[in-house]
Design a protein around this ligand. Sequence first.
Ligand SMILES: Cc1ncc(COP(=O)(O)O)c(C=O)c1O
Length: 456
Amino acid sequence: MKSLLTRRSFMKKTSFGFGAAAIGALGAGRIFAASASTDKLALLGGVPVRTKSFTQPWPIFDDNEEKALLKALRSRNWCCLRGNAVYDFEKTFAEAMGVKKAILTNGGTTALSASLHCLGVGPGDEVITTPHTFVATINVITNLPALPVFVDIDPDTGSINADLIEGAITEHTKAIVPVHLSGFPADIEKILDIGSKHRIPIVEDACQSVFAESNGRKIGTFGVTGCISFQEWKSLVAGEGGAILTDDENMMRKCAAFINNGRDPKGQIKGYPFPGSNHRMTEFQAAVLTEQFRRFIEQDRTRQANGKYLEEELAQIPGLKPRKRYNSTTRITYVAFEMDYDRKHFKGVPAAKFAQALRAEGIPISGKMRSYSGGCHREGMLEAHLSSSAFQASFSKARLQKYRQSLRLPVMDNDPPTEKEMLTADSKIPLLGTRKDMDDILEAFHKVSDNIDKLT
Ligand SMILES: Cc1ncc(COP(=O)(O)O)c(C=O)c1O
């Protein structure tokens, strides 16, 4: 925060009448923001640091996407079995991710579901996963119907606690599905070691984490498959869409067949020799995705620069700390911006209140414990599955009863309660801003922090 503090103390010694040279050197926006810092909090009726919105329409597109869409439309090859866009992007994406094969699908959910089907997961089996995820991760397991065995989360990251995985393995375990949440890699190296020790395949749910890395390698390329989502609220988008990444020849063939109603992807066997469904992406989706990918590369660079800058500067405020990364994590994506918040340093003010004051200053942020509050083990869909005829036919009553009793996860359930808190924002769009935008964020944080006693 040195640079900002220097400018702020400089401003204290100067006045608005100081002259054009000072205004030019600092920028007019900085002068407003610097003077606002010592002012009354906007939450208490003061002038906000920022009135310009951080949001902009999403997804972002221009003539390039329009032209690509029209080209696909006019080609009359709308299905990938006749067009080139899907297969061309599969090559582009595989190369960018550093993997032999990317198989495009019509969603992240179907990418996950194809992976589990092709691993042979089915009735009576168990899949180890995390309760802290979007419900799609769990639906693909219960639809098989297999049991999602929930392992509690690491309190410092919200990711699956890799140290608890071995204790959850049974003779029924057929796969482990770790989730890389919000651009933060899970403890993937440790999870891989456990998988290979017990000969259990890992399917990575990398739906939220395109371009995150562990040990310099892209997330989604560690497991037997890695699954990506291009759904509209992700960072690389096609409205709907997904990809299965794999280096495994056997899975490549099985998954490519599965998503295409069992056709032989090599075209060597006639008819429909393999199990399958239709999870194909359309040429329209691939046309948009191809253009979006060019845009994403640039956006990703901007987020990296802004995210690192903000994190480094904010970490200088006592009580704010970047979220813990695992030793192997070499790149987070900043699609979410998360800082640990220790209320002891803020006169006991809860993160939610601090965030409320920031929002009043024009900074879109929340204060909470973690991204998903309740956990999938508490969702109604789980009991609906357990009492379905498919589950009754696949699992004994005693096994289901034991399973129900196992659904207690102290960290996820926050039982006993802890005071873990973080400040978190969906930063996919805000971190595409300018350095001046980032400085407004910093200014607002300092203003709230400097005036914390007014929030007690
Ligand atoms: C962690 C996670 N897994 C799976 C999915 C499913 O992806 P899709 O919506 O593309 O089917 C999502 C999407 O929100 C997700 O966030």
